[in-house]
Design a protein around this ligand. Structure first.
Ligand SMILES: *[C@@H]1O[C@H](CO)[C@@H](O)[C@H](O)[C@H]1NC(C)=O
Ligand SMILES: *[C@@H]1O[C@H](CO)[C@@H](O)[C@H](O)[C@H]1NC(C)=O
Ligand SMILES: *[C@@H]1O[C@H](CO)[C@@H](O)[C@H](O)[C@H]1NC(C)=O
Ligand SMILES: CC(=O)N[C@H]1CO[C@H](CO)[C@@H](O)[C@@H]1O
Length: 549
């Protein structure tokens, strides 16, 4: 095993830059190699072994159930542009759920003849939404958002009926763009003795089975707030029994007996929420394939730019994640843990922050930190639709976090490598680094991808470590369109200096790295997000697909 030590060093005579310089420590512990001794952060990198392997669908997305509060808006998912954008994020799960899932009732309207309906038998191309209809729906969606917001503010939710059409549209969208659909069932249909009433779910399952729709399932959304949302209290133990009941129903189905079931989609640990999780796991752990919880850093209504750039805020994820991981490990060791719904700010996001360049720091740090801490899947709220935390805006144009997500998919592999910062100065917290094997669909085995963020004002410089400095580097540096703090509020982003936008509705631009010769300094500008791919690093950990240590 080869242990390489990197040293990130601040050169005190340069007020405009951080130099991240690599050095080796020889067998008696002496530092060798060039570089300043004004070390800020030293980083241990171990390229010999993979410490964790996440699900290949690690970066996944959601569609909030509010999009179906009026069924017609689901037709937006037939937009060729939306499908093109979704396809670039595969492989991924698409979770359909959220507050309104617990108010949705399946109300079949069509005959279940094998060849009826919008999606049956039709090829993916035939299902495209005509552009006149797209324009009209986009306009109406703006008005619909006002209605939804009012409901959310007053916490008054109408019962929503949905038909086969809704299911067909969701399935067609995910199937045709190559995503795996997770459908969130209504857990607030209860019997007189407060057990889950499965009768509506049974009829939905029957329909999906008749259409042979491959999909997986959830039951209920944030059960910890059922009392506030619906005046119904469901404890963890009962919820676990409800999941066991659903697992039995799935087991009886020829088509779904191996289908995934995930839950309980609890809010992040706070007061009694962790009790719900514990009670749930005791009675329901056997029923689920992964344990899901939700995470937001801040409240969308009272947050600020400072929060979005604050390393202390980013670090709160560690505390919450460890709390959940410990609880799951105790009751159900080995059970995968997922962020089933997550974004920057709750309450629909923070307008002007969650949908701008600055949101990228919370998103990329969550991906880096989440993988390292032990999460297997992270589902971003939302792909398109409700709120301001979407990846694709209401005009169906991609926002900065969308481009960040596509780059992550292409460049970052599921293998997490060990990289530890030995910091002595608080300042260094503003440069955040994570290391993975590169995605082998894009690079040869052995390549590694350094994920890096500089949360501060001035430019930074990275000197490549010797082990990897013999390697060519593909740099993908994302910066705002405008320089300085104003740029943080931008809704567009540049990759290596070039503004990113779709070529046309069916074509993404080529996302080219800028090729740097070995041993060059790497520039890490102020307020930047970057991926550095060391193409011929020949990391042993990334060449053998062996055991995870
Ligand atoms: C160990 O330290 C001594 C000086 O203290 C040095 O001469 C030597 O090169 C170092 N490295 C090794 C591998 O012994
Ligand atoms: C699912 O996708 C495949 C192509 O990816 C397509 O041929 C098939 O018709 C789709 N099925 C449905 C029901 O949309
Ligand atoms: C469950 O719901 C269905 C449909 O609303 C109803 O007919 C049935 O009586 C309910 N079952 C129980 C046990 O409450
Ligand atoms: C401190 C830090 O680590 N982040 C750096 C990002 O870039 C500027 C550039 O030099 C530094 O001042 C920041 O400190």
């Amino acid at each position: 095993m080869k242990l390489v030590l990197l040293l990130l060093s601040v050169l005190s005579h340069r007020s405009d830059g951080v130099h991240i310089t690599q050095r080796h420590r020889d067998s008696n512990g002496t530092w060798t190699g060039s570089g300043s001794l004004d070390a800020d952060v030293a980083v241990d990198v171990d390229l010999s072994a993979v410490i964790r392997r996440v699900d290949p669908r690690f970066l996944s997305i959601t569609i909030d159930a509010s999009l179906a509060a009026e069924e017609k808006f689901l037709y937006l998912l037939g937009s060729p542009k939306i499908r093109t954008l979704a396809r670039a994020l595969t492989p991924a799960f698409l979770r359909f759920g959220g507050t309104r899932q617990d108010f949705m009732v399946f109300t079949p309207q069509r005959d279940h003849r094998p060849d009826s309906g919008v999606s049956a038998g039709a090829s993916c191309e035939k299902l495209e939404l005509p552009s006149w209809l797209e324009q009209r729906l986009k306009k109406e969606w703006t008005q619909q958002q006002v209605v939804l917001l009012r409901e959310d503010r007053q916490r008054k939710y109408r019962r929503v009926k949905f038909t086969e059409d809704a299911v067909d549209l969701l399935h067609s969208f995910t199937n045709c763009s190559g995503m795996d659909l997770i459908f969130g069932l209504n857990a607030l249909l209860r019997t007189a003795d407060n057990a889950w009433n499965s009768s509506n779910a049974r009829s939905l399952l029957q329909y999906c089975e008749s259409r042979r729709y491959r999909m997986s399932w959830e039951l209920g959304n944030e059960p910890n707030s059922y009392e506030k949302k619906a005046g119904i209290r469901v404890d963890g133990n009962q919820l676990g029994q409800d999941f066991t009941h659903l697992r039995e129903i799935l087991s009886e189905s020829k088509f779904y007996h191996n289908a995934g079931l995930y839950g309980p989609d609890v809010g992040q640990p706070r007061d009694h929420r962790i009790d719900i999780l514990e009670g749930f796991l005791q009675s329901g752990a056997e029923a689920i394939d992964a344990c899901t919880w939700h995470h937001y850093y801040v409240n969308g209504r009272d947050t600020s730019l400072e929060d979005f750039l604050d390393p202390e805020v980013l670090d709160t994820l560690t505390l919450k994640t460890n709390e959940v991981l410990e609880k799951v490990k105790l009751v159900s060791p080995g059970k995968p843990v997922w962020l089933g719904e997550t974004s920057s700010a709750y309450g629909g996001g923070a307008v002007g922050l969650s949908d701008t360049f600055v949101a990228g720091f919370m998103w990329l740090d969550k991906l880096g930190l989440g993988a390292r801490l032990g999460l297997d899947v992270v589902m971003r709220q939302v792909f398109v639709g409700s709120g301001s935390y979407h990846l694709v805006d209401d005009n169906l144009d991609p926002l900065p976090d969308y481009w960040l997500s596509v780059l992550y998919k292409r460049l970052v592999g599921p293998e997490v490598l060990k990289m530890e910062a030995l910091s002595n100065l608080g300042r260094s917290k503003r440069v955040r680094l994570y290391l993975h094997c590169s995605n082998t669909n894009s690079y040869r085995p052995g390549a590694v991808t350094l994920i890096s963020m500089n949360l501060s004002k001035k430019a930074a410089r990275i000197s490549a470590p010797a082990l990897v400095s013999s390697s060519t580097v593909d740099a993908f540096v994302l910066e705002s369109e405008q320089p300085g703090e104003d740029g943080l509020y931008s809704r567009s982003v540049k990759l290596n200096g070039e503004l990113l936008k779709m070529v046309d509705d069916k074509t993404l631009p080529e996302l080219r790295g800028s090729r740097l010769p070995p041993a060059e300094h790497l520039q890490l500008p102020a307020y930047s997000l970057a991926f550095f791919v060391f193409t011929d690093a020949r990391a042993a950990a990334c060449r053998q697909h062996g055991a995870v240590r």
